[in-house]
Design a protein around this ligand. Structure first.
Ligand SMILES: O=C(O)c1cc(=O)[nH]c(=O)n1[C@@H]1O[C@H](COP(=O)(O)O)[C@@H](O)[C@H]1O
Length: 241
């Protein structure tokens, strides 16, 4: 586990889903870039744009730009190149955009060389259940659909997927050790489930093979966000010993 930690860097990605930039930055200023990365999603990027990403970079944090691009190959590949120009650490697209679209994105990032962002594809959102998939005309279980989308992602040459930790051990055995598994829907025992459906605790998620834990409200909406983050980190560390 020590070697894996050294290779992957901080395993926790704090999801900054705030309507206020100053509120987000005051949380960020209490965090340590050696202990976590930060995720900027649709809400904050729509409100505050690239300047927010620059603020976070200036504070020494690596940023996962979570805009879940889903469009035709030309548009999506141009969007991931724009993310690479911002110098982000990780960017994502929807795997349901198809293998051709994902391969075009991967190819477009070649010109950024070794400094390119990690390119990850969202499989089945962690807020979705089997019934939600049925509503979309998909009769497969979430696990089977995640497995199919992850195989397409692997074939397109991407670095990994966003999935629920409940699918992590399956994908680890199907796609091997280098395929990055990024898992939201993480709920420590002290936190509310909210709108997430396919959830797991931080230490169970790491045991299942998750590389990165995306954690938002259990930290950002806690009475003491830093204490919540430290509690999660302690749980993970204890588990590693
Ligand atoms: O791509 C994501 O990050 C993502 C994919 C997914 O399937 N489920 C999911 O919750 N997310 C994001 O992960 C974060 C989870 O936040 P909390 O539910 O507050 O922990 C949110 O910012 C979501 O946008």
């Amino acid at each position: 586990m020590q070697d894996r930690n050294a290779e992957l860097g901080p395993r926790i990605i704090v999801a900054l889903d705030f309507a206020s930039q100053s509120e987000a930055l005051s949380l960020v200023d209490s965090l340590d870039p050696a202990l976590c990365r930060l995720k900027v999603g649709k809400e904050m990027f729509t409100r505050f744009g690239p300047s927010l990403v620059k603020e976070l970079h200036n504070r020494g944090f690596e940023v996962f730009l979570d805009l879940k691009f889903h469009d035709i190959p030309n548009t999506t590949s141009a969007a991931v190149a724009a993310a690479a120009d911002l110098g982000v650490w990780m960017v994502n697209v929807h795997a349901s955009g198809g293998e051709t679209m994902m391969a075009a994105c991967r190819e477009r990032l070649e010109s950024f060389g070794a400094d390119r962002p990690l390119l990850i594809a969202v499989t089945v959102l962690t807020s979705m259940t089997a019934d939600d998939l049925k509503g979309l005309g998909i009769s497969d279980s979430p696990e089977a659909h995640v497995s199919r989308l992850a195989a397409m992602t692997y074939n397109a040459g991407l670095d990994g997927v966003v999935c629920s930790a409940q699918e992590a051990s399956m994908l680890r055995s199907e796609q091997g050790g280098r395929f990055r598994l990024v898992t939201p829907g993480i709920r420590p025992t002290f936190a509310a489930q909210g709108d997430q459906q396919r959830i797991m605790t931080p230490s169970d998620a790491l045991r299942a093979g998750s590389d990165y834990l995306v954690i938002g409200r259990p930290i950002t909406q806690a009475g003491d966000p830093l204490a919540a983050l430290e509690e999660i980190q302690a749980e993970i560390r204890l588990d590693e010993e």
